[in-house]
Design a protein around this ligand. Structure first.
Ligand SMILES: CC(C)(COP(=O)(O)OP(=O)(O)OC[C@H]1O[C@@H](n2cnc3c(N)ncnc32)[C@H](O)[C@@H]1OP(=O)(O)O)[C@@H](O)C(=O)NCCC(=O)NCCS
Length: 238
């Protein structure tokens, strides 16, 4: 169940509040169900937060670079990639709902500083204000309405399309501590819904073998035409 707030063209941009549920109770203090905020607006993407998510998910956005897909994200390329993507879906939740690993906790001070000093794709002073307010404590966070500016980015996915026939999904990721709660499926469903609403059904997703069950659960299967993906590798061999 959720509410939908449509901004501009209803089929292109939306924000929605949903609840997702943990499969098992890992942390005594952690609630079983948590609210998440889904946005398809590019202005809600903070590039530093996104870079942080790439590193927490151990996901490279530059897999075939000459340095072998270094984990260092080229912010200039990332900015270009996001601004040229046709569909972006970001998922936020309240930061105290994210179970933190030890390394996450160590990184937190640096990350918060980076987040506050970083450039949003579209600068948003309110974001800084809300992040500072949220540090006042969990109780205060609980009464703050969840929004991209007050929440933490915990899931992301994007797609390219030729706006006529085909599209492909890239950089799908969910924060490890919140995986298997349905967030990945929410993101893929949102992407496919936006694409099919434009009559685009030829949608591909490049994935590893171990990710196939997930994409199967989202309605993907082997291509009926028998095609498979080959990657251009010549530049890497040189
Ligand atoms: C792939 C990924 C995005 C899935 O996100 P998620 O939020 O954990 O997935 P969901 O909870 O929505 O899973 C939906 C269904 O997919 C299937 N599924 C998801 N992960 C699975 C896994 N590791 N093994 C088997 N099935 C899986 C299940 O059927 C699941 O439903 P269930 O939990 O009720 O059984 C996430 O694991 C991730 O970020 N991985 C790292 C980055 C990555 O590999 N990205 C994909 C390539 S672009």
């Amino acid at each position: 169940m959720g509410f939908v707030v449509c901004v501009g063209n209803a089929s292109l941009a939306s924000m929605e509040l949903r609840w997702v549920r943990r499969r098992s109770k890992c942390d005594v203090d952690a609630p079983r169900s948590i609210p998440v905020f889904i946005s398809t607006l590019k202005r809600d993407i903070n590039l530093e937060e996104l870079r942080h998510l790439y590193s927490r998910c151990d996901h490279s956005c530059n897999r075939l670079s000459k340095d072998g897909g270094s984990s260092i994200v080229d912010m200039k390329k990332l900015r270009t990639a996001i601004s040229r993507s046709d569909v972006v879906v970001s998922v936020f939740c309240k930061s105290h709902h994210v179970e933190k690993s030890t390394s996450d906790k160590d990184d937190d001070d640096d990350a918060e500083e980076e987040r506050l000093s970083s450039s949003s794709l579209f600068p948003l002073d309110l974001r800084r204000q809300s992040k500072e307010e949220s540090s006042l404590g969990h109780m205060f966070q609980d009464v703050l309405p969840l929004s991209p500016s007050s929440g933490q980015l915990v899931g992301f996915g994007r797609a390219y399309s030729d706006y006529g026939l085909t599209a492909s999904i890239h950089d799908l990721m969910v924060l490890p501590s919140l995986q298997r709660m349905g967030i990945g499926k929410l993101i893929v469903n949102r992407i496919t819904r936006l694409l099919t609403s434009r009559d685009i059904y030829d949608i591909a997703a490049l994935c590893f073998e171990h990710e196939r069950p997930f994409f199967k659960a989202c309605g993907f299967a082997d291509d009926r035409m028998g095609s498979t993906t080959m990657m251009f590798t010549k530049s890497l061999e040189a």
